[in-house]
Design a protein around this ligand. Sequence first.
Ligand code: P1T
Length: 398
Amino acid sequence: MSDPNKIFKLAIDPHFGTKAIHAGQNPDKWTFRNVIPPISMTTTFKQIAPAKHYGFEYGRSGNPSRSVLQECIAALEDAKYCLTYSSGLGATTAVAHLLKSGDHVLAGDDMYGGTNRYFSKVASKFGITMTLVDFTKDVNMEKMILPETKLVWMESPTNPCLRVIDLEKISNLIHKIRKDIIILVDNTFLTSYFQKPLTLGADLVLYSCSKYLNGHSDVIMGAVVTNRSDLYEDLAFNQNSLGIIPSPFDCFLVNRGLKTLHVRMKEHQKNGLAVAQFLEQHPLVEKTLHPGLPSHPQHNIALRQFSGFSGMVSFYIKGGLKEATKFLQSIKIFCLAESLGGYESLADHPALMTHASVPENERAFLGITDNLIRLSVGLESEQDLIADLDQALKASVN
Ligand code: P1T
């Protein structure tokens, strides 16, 4: 649990960058007063007497490198608790294990393909059912919420179509119907720097730390953040009991990545907007999806709900699979690879890559067509990124 008064000697309310650098990192924690938290590579901890120890006993149930990171992520969300897991899907698994057979999940229809696959192909085997809904439309919530609904799952902006859900409106509607329904927001695409779902009615915020939080594309990890002590206790129990923990080394790396999150996000925002504006006016682009463009259907919700935009941009190239493939084989600075949120620019073909596990009819309905391309705009120089996209677009028709 993060306690800013313990972290900061002065009675000040620190801002994002200060928390990213100092929350959970107090050198006085360590025997040698390490300014940079050490990597605690140990599976077990010496006890003073049986069951009497310094807060850590066995590396699955807890590790100082993990605690440091969890405190920092919680502080960045202005939240009380954070738990980290071996991947974003590991975090999803820990949340799903809050449910029992017969429970129902209401989830946004446009979401990461792996999350969809987990609920439809894995959790379903244990009797958990899921209904998909487009939360950006007028949803008859009274009808969608079943007596057995226990969890509402929203990604916003969504992966890969970058739709924006009015989180406050939906959370209020749901909690008006039933207070006990757990509302989760996957905030991977914006991070706590640009959106704070707990202030908009969410009970849980989930991250794939593999993306912006780490920001260096060298760690797979997940996290869940909450202010609710009951959910925290259950999620901590699941972290230990399911064994889906991150390694101390990975915790060190993500903690290091967090130190520049605020700096990176501003630059991702700048490059992402520049790329979106460039694509929107390009004759070889059919349509550009970016919540910062006035043409985006939920642009006004984004302006109200976000404090900025990340580097995620999706677009429909003119043509079909042939043109998309030619484009993706012609990019030189952007790299054709799954994932997002690193300092390097990546391009993804959702229909064949990240969302291939979503059934074809669902993909068509969602707009995940063969000419949809998703970009994670990185931190390279803006003019080079735009020149790269321009030459690859031209190559797509040759
Ligand atoms: O890859 P992992 O750390 O397990 O995180 C899963 C996950 C959860 N939520 C969102 C919104 C995600 O985008 C992801 C992972 N996504 C990709 C790998 C991708 O390329 O979209």
